[in-house]
Design a protein around this ligand. Sequence first.
Ligand SMILES: Cc1ncc(COP(=O)(O)O)c(C=O)c1O
Length: 389
Amino acid sequence: MHRIGEEEIEAVARVIRSKNLFRVNTGNKETENFEKEWAQKCGTKYSLCVSGGTGALACALAGLEIGPGDEVIVPGYTFMATATAVLMVGAIPVIAEIDDTMTLDPDDFERKITGDVKAVIPVHIMGFPCNMDKINTIAAKNGVKVLEDACQAVGGSYKGKRLGSIGHAGAYSFNYYKNISAGEGGGVVTDDRKVYERALLYHDAGATFRPFISEIQETPFIGSQFRVSEITGAILRVQLQRLDGILADLRSLKAFLAEKVQGHKNITLTRSNDPRGDCGTTLSFTFPNEEKARAFAKDVSGSLPIDSGKHVYSNWDPVLNKKGGHHMDMNPFYFKQNSGLRSNYTKDMCPVTLDILKRTVYVSINIQWTQEELQTKANQILAAADRLG
Ligand SMILES: Cc1ncc(COP(=O)(O)O)c(C=O)c1O
């Protein structure tokens, strides 16, 4: 749903003409400037641009010192990458229920806390903000680190704070489907210098040899490779300028539709933890049963989240089957330190999540809708609700 145009072409051309496409020490500062601008937008002290959302989650987890012997709570409704990032750093994902807001159920998070749980990843799925007050309170009480997965919620907010900036760290995706995009891309934000430095080291195995290494207080360690080129940085700088306009348009289209259809006896809009901070990409409806949800979805060209493939934990086959690495000895499920941790996954382990996903219908907001098309959509939704009897 991002917008892209001539300004991005100009920005890319500028970088190519300079012949300096590498982000380190070549004279260009596109990525560095994007990081500063993104930190400013999010209201955080530090930000790091990386090659994708999965990498951003892994960098943030490495930044938070999560590793073998640790459990990390993830919701059962999120793209599988939230769980696989946990495995990338050698820890074990523990899957928890969502609640009627489609996001992590804080009570189930609390129920699942043991001494082994070192972090939680609330996911602002579809741009719907999590209950960050409750999650942060429970986490603080139990010494659990909070990493927000804001990959699907770039620019959204909760009680006036940008999503991703509320926990200890936040991760974003700038892939093709996101609110702003460079085709691929990701970001980490945090207020914690140590987390930032460790994420920086982890995102670039070569960081050990970089000119800025003298400013780093953390002892260098070998990480991986999630760097971006100056082309990504240049595109994202332009994209960032479009972000608030995109969100304003999406929110106003969604608000119009919501206003037109709520009040109908067969319509219940899905509860939100912060309707004002919601990204506006999706209007969500909750039904008493799957039969009604399917009938409604068919009539409004909507979709049920239960059908969203690798966003539903019961379809995370590599996780459920403990295929956590390319080699037996690099597979966290078989690490000695992880032997006592909870990884006895089953397809029906989160029944509340599956039930909610079956009774929910999403209607995507199309940023290009004209006023007439919007009204047609509202009429279609009301007619579909009438047919539910
Ligand atoms: C909730 C969530 N987390 C993580 C990711 C991973 O992002 P990327 O595809 O940029 O690696 C995605 C991507 O769609 C996502 O939706």
